[in-house]
Every structure is written in structure tokens, then in C-alpha cells.
Design a protein around this ligand. Structure first.
Ligand code: NAP
Length: 308
């Protein structure tokens, strides 16, 4: 089959770090254009807006939308209306309803919509899921603590309403948890800490359970300096499972049982090509739904102002 002619929109950190190398190494794709207000990609046609790009380059078959979530819906609608398949960076949108609208639009036009969750493709995630399927889980603790100044310098959108704050990384944890646990979860309580000068939280403590009363607790915090933590710990009848480093390593009772080189974005692009070829969409909103529920049910605390 001929490669999918793809374009990138919103040229920033994640495009340069991950999308460009993943597309370059995958013969299922030919990158032919980019649209961004300021950013450009060498060696292809660049445009200031998605509208200008789609008008000028009708050969585009698919777009990856990599701008912040608050601006993704409009671009996705323009692309779907123009008959293009759409890859959405995570989180897929700023609200649940707008993503549902895109899903219906894609279905009505016979196009593929991909709500990508890169952390689900971390190397040890499938091994963790398989392990948990074979045992009884007693409880689960999710600890996602990182230094926002290191990982998100000068990203104003992340602190604006709809930017999700600490849930920008926290939703990666939720994308793993919702994939590896055997039953759907729901939020039972949440406390969100908002810097007094920001519209998005810097920390969140959330409890969840499921239909069989499994206790699941998540601690998300952006004020972590020194060692960073991206761990999911499950106490089970077969021992303590630790899925660490954002899903890269799996240990059972302290023994490392799975570790492989990270391939998250190459796997995302493989999956996107697969759904385009199969003529279907892949849109799981569970991680975003839990974030929405935490905002809906959560108590709010105001904490010290945050300055970069
Ligand atoms: P970023 O570099 O701050 O933003 C990406 C690009 O979006 C910017 O370069 C900008 O390009 C465009 N943009 C910014 N504000 C915009 C606005 N108001 N309207 C339209 N376009 C705007 O962000 P990023 O780190 O790449 O993250 C983008 C998305 O990828 C987020 O949803 C994030 O959660 C996800 N992601 C990021 C990482 C990471 O490590 N950074 C990892 C995985 C996923 P122009 O100014 O040229 O238009």
C-alpha cells in the first residue's frame, strides 16, 4: 500500500522530540506538510494555519494535531470536514463532549479518529496487564510526582483552564491504570490544589474504586524536586507489583521481570496506520473522564502562587 500522506499541526516540543523521528522511521507514512503559527519543519511545505495548509495541499490524507488541548477541537473539525484522518495528541480535547462530537463526525464520514495515549505503549504495560489478570488485586497506589519547572518551562497553556495542570502528566498514569486493571474504575473523592495565581491544579489526591470495591489511590504532584516518580504499585495475592518509570519497568516482589527500550511513539504511529487501513477509530475517553470527574467531585485548596 502507498504510504499515508500525513501533515503535522502545532509544531512544538512533542513534535520535535517524538512525532518527527517516529514518522521518519515508519514507511507507512510520508510527511508532506506542516501548519503552525511560528514553528516550521525543514524540507516540507509549511503553513501558518491548518486551513491554509489543507487548501494548498489537497493530497494530505491524515493530520496529527499536536497543539495544546484547548485548541485541538477546531483543528480536528476542519480536518475531518476536509476528509482527513485525525491523530489527536493526549489529552484528546479540552472536554469530553467535544471529543464525542469529533468521534461522531469521523464515523459519519468514514474517517479514522485516534485519541492517542502514549503511556499505554510504554514497554512494560502489557506485561503488567497480563500479570494483574492472573491474580487477585488487594489495592493500587499511583504516585506521579515530577518537577514542573524541569518538564514544562514557560508553558502558559498548561496553567490555563483546560490545560489540565498536574493532570497533563497525571492523565498518562490514568491511561495506564484504566488499561491494566480488570474492571472500570470510578472516582470516589479528590482534593485538588490550585496555586492562587493559576487556573489549573499543581497537585491532586484522588481515590477511586470499582464494582468490587478495589481501593485505588493516586497522588499527583508537580512540586517534586530531586528523584522523579512515575510509579504504579499493586499489592496482589501473587506479590507486590511495581510498574515504574512511567511504565518502562515491571518488578514483582522486588525482582525486575520486564524491561525493554521505550517505543511509545513508533507504536502510536503503527496503531494509527492500522486503524486507517482498517477504516475504524480508536477513541477511549476513560482517562479524560476520570479527570473530569476529579474536577467535578474534587475539593479545592488554594496554595502558594506558582512562578516559573
Ligand atoms: P508546546 O510545545 O507548548 O505546544 C505545541 C505547539 O502548539 C506550540 O509550539 C505552538 O506552535 C502551538 N500552540 C501553542 N499555543 C497555541 C494556541 N494558543 N493556539 C494554537 N496553537 C498553539 O506543547 P508540547 O509540549 O509540544 O505539547 C503539546 C501536546 O502534546 C499537549 O497536549 C501535551 O500534553 C502533549 N504531549 C507533550 C509531551 C511533552 O513531553 N512535551 C509528551 C507527550 C504529550 P505555534 O506557536 O507555532 O502555533
Amino acid at each position: 500500500m502507498a504510504p499515508i500522506k500525513i501533515a503535522l499541526v502545532g509544531i512544538g516540543k512533542i513534535v520535535r522530540d517524538q512525532h518527527l523521528p517516529a514518522i521518519a522511521k515508519n514507511s507507512d507514512y510520508q510527511l508532506i506538510a506542516a501548519a503552525s503559527r511560528h514553528g516550521t519543519v525543514d524540507g516540507i511545505d509549511n503553513f501558518k494555519s491548518i486551513e491554509a495548509m489543507l487548501d494548498a495541499v489537497p493530497a494530505i490524507e491524515a493530520v496529527s494535531l499536536c497543539m495544546p488541548p484547548q485548541y485541538r477541537y477546531e483543528a480536528a473539525r476542519v480536518a475531518l470536514d476536509a476528509g482527513k484522518h485525525v491523530f489527536l495528541e493526549k489529552p484528546p480535547g479540552a472536554t469530553l463532549s467535544e471529543v464525542a462530537d469529533l468521534e461522531a463526525l469521523a464515523a459519519s464520514k468514514g474517517l479514522s479518529l485516534f485519541a492517542s495515549w502514549h503511556s499505554r505503549y510504554a514497554p512494560a504495560v502489557e506485561a503488567a496487564k497480563s500479570f494483574l489478570a492472573t491474580t487477585t488485586i488487594k489495592d493500587v497506589q499511583v504516585i506521579w510526582k515530577e518537577d514542573v519547572r524541569h518538564w514544562h518551562p514557560n508553558q502558559e497553556w498548561i496553567w490555563a483552564a483546560g490545560g489540565l495542570g498536574i493532570f497533563d502528566p497525571g492523565i498518562n498514569a490514568l491511561s495506564i491504570v484504566t488499561h491494566i486493571l480488570p474492571r472500570p474504575l470510578f472516582v470516589t473523592s479528590a482534593v485538588l490544589e490550585f496555586p492562587e495565581n493559576r487556573d489549573a491544579p499543581i497537585a491532586a489526591n484522588i481515590t477511586f474504586t470499582d464494582g468490587q470495591k478495589l481501593p485505588v489511590a493516586a497522588e499527583f504532584d508537580w512540586r517534586q524536586t530531586g528523584k522523579q516518580s512515575w510509579d504504579i504499585v499493586a499489592r496482589t495475592a501473587a506479590g507486590e507489583m511495581v510498574l515504574s518509570e512511567g511504565g518502562a519497568k515491571l518488578s514483582i516482589d522486588g525482582k525486575l521481570v520486564h524491561e525493554e527500550p521505550e517505543q511509545e511513539y513508533p507504536m502510536l504511529y503503527r496503531r494509527f496506520a492500522e486503524i486507517v487501513k482498517a477504516g475504524k477509530s480508536d477513541v477511549d475517553l476513560a482517562p479524560l473522564r476520570h479527570v473530569a470527574d476529579a474536577f467535578m467531585l474534587g475539593k479545592r485548596k488554594f496554595v502558594e502562587a506558582f512562578h516559573d
